[in-house]
Design a protein. Structure first.
Length: 338
């Protein structure tokens, strides 16, 4: 069992559930892979027992460690993974991760590795599942931050720009924006016109002493030709390295409106710390279901939440398309924009 990509609230709950279900129900021997796919490349495996995971349910992060190592981009990485699997007598791998980790799992499945995936990303962008664990925690943290920023913004008649995670999709920003009463929300699915955003803020503040909260997903983009942004860099999975859009937006807002504007970048705070009760339950359900999928021989699949039931879906379907913000939900959010 490995955890790959960014850490996420609920990872330890999944690990705990896989171990508990595997040992108690199937008399399995569970090996924990250290630091994601890197651990399989380097043969860093440790046995996991029920006692090892006691007290881990409410703990954030991952006791196994994680990395963004991609075996298909490392020299000899794929061969090293299969060598570790063969030498360790490993019957199956449970890969817990997001788009990058699960895409690797799919490629390994195609090469003959018995693998089952568990969807992990606070962005909630994995297809064919209604929820990924960690998302509810991230939205809760972002909403609490927005609630706190309202009062300080009101005290100074300021505009507060809050940057939340969301590489390609704006699920966190949309949900937190609605829950936190944001004045505007900017998401990757709908490129923004900074002039139009500033005009709406000017109209709002022109009516009296107001405070405004602008929620920005880290992957939000301006409409072409409306605002300059820095050149992009990428990680091992080819993902664009993001962060900092809020500072650019805040600079434009203050320059164009003349209203004092401050920035809060929530960053890793969103995916650290204790998972919410919803995420603890979902993670536990996923862990139990992943163990059952292994024993059912459902390799090349991912466990998913559909109509409040845990099912298995093909990994190929899970990573084919990113799940974007639903148009109906976005229309709800837009009703409350300035």
């Amino acid at each position: 069992m490995l955890t790959g990509g960014g850490d996420c609230p609920g990872l330890n709950a999944v690990i705990r559930a896989v171990v508990r279900r595997g040992i108690r129900h199937f008399d399995d021997e569970i090996l924990g892979v250290r630091d994601g796919w890197a651990g399989l490349i380097e043969n860093r495996l440790d046995p996991l027992t029920i006692d090892d995971l006691r007290g881990m349910l409410p703990r954030g992060g991952t006791v196994l460690g994680t990395s963004r190592t991609n075996p298909f981009r490392a020299d000899g990485g794929v061969e090293a993974v299969f060598d570790t699997v063969e030498r360790g007598g490993i019957d199956a791998v449970v890969a817990i991760g997001g788009e990058g980790t699960l895409s690797c799992a799919l490629e390994f499945h195609r090469k003959g590795l018995p693998v089952v995936g568990v969807p992990k990303t606070i962005d909630n962008d994995i297809g064919v599942t209604e929820r990924t664990f960690g998302f509810d925690t991230a939205v809760t943290i972002a909403t609490e931050a927005i609630d706190r920023l309202h009062t300080t913004a009101e005290s100074h008649d300021r505009i507060m720009v809050v940057e939340v995670m969301g590489r390609h999709v704006g699920h966190i920003a949309t949900h937190a924006g609605i829950a936190g009463g944001a004045t505007r929300t900017l998401i990757p699915e709908h490129p923004f016109d900074i002039a139009e955003v500033c005009d709406s803020l000017n109209r709002r503040h022109g009516k009296g002493r107001w405070a405004s909260i602008v929620v920005v997903a880290e992957g939000a983009k301006p409409k072409p030709g409306t605002m300059e942004i820095p050149e992009e860099t990428r990680d091992e999975y080819g993902h664009i390295r993001l962060g900092g859009i809020a500072n650019l937006v805040a600079e434009q807002i203050e320059r164009r409106t003349g209203i004092e504007t401050r920035v809060t970048v929530l960053g890793h705070v969103q995916r650290g710390g204790t998972p919410t009760p919803f995420d603890r339950v979902l993670s536990t359900r996923y862990g139990v279901a992943a163990t059952d999928a292994v024993h059912d021989g459902a390799f090349g699949s991912m466990v998913a939440l559909q109509s409040d039931r845990i099912v298995t879906v093909p990994l190929e379907e899970a990573v084919k398309d990113l799940k974007t913000v639903d148009d109906q939900l976005w229309d709800v959010a837009r009703q409350f924009f300035a």
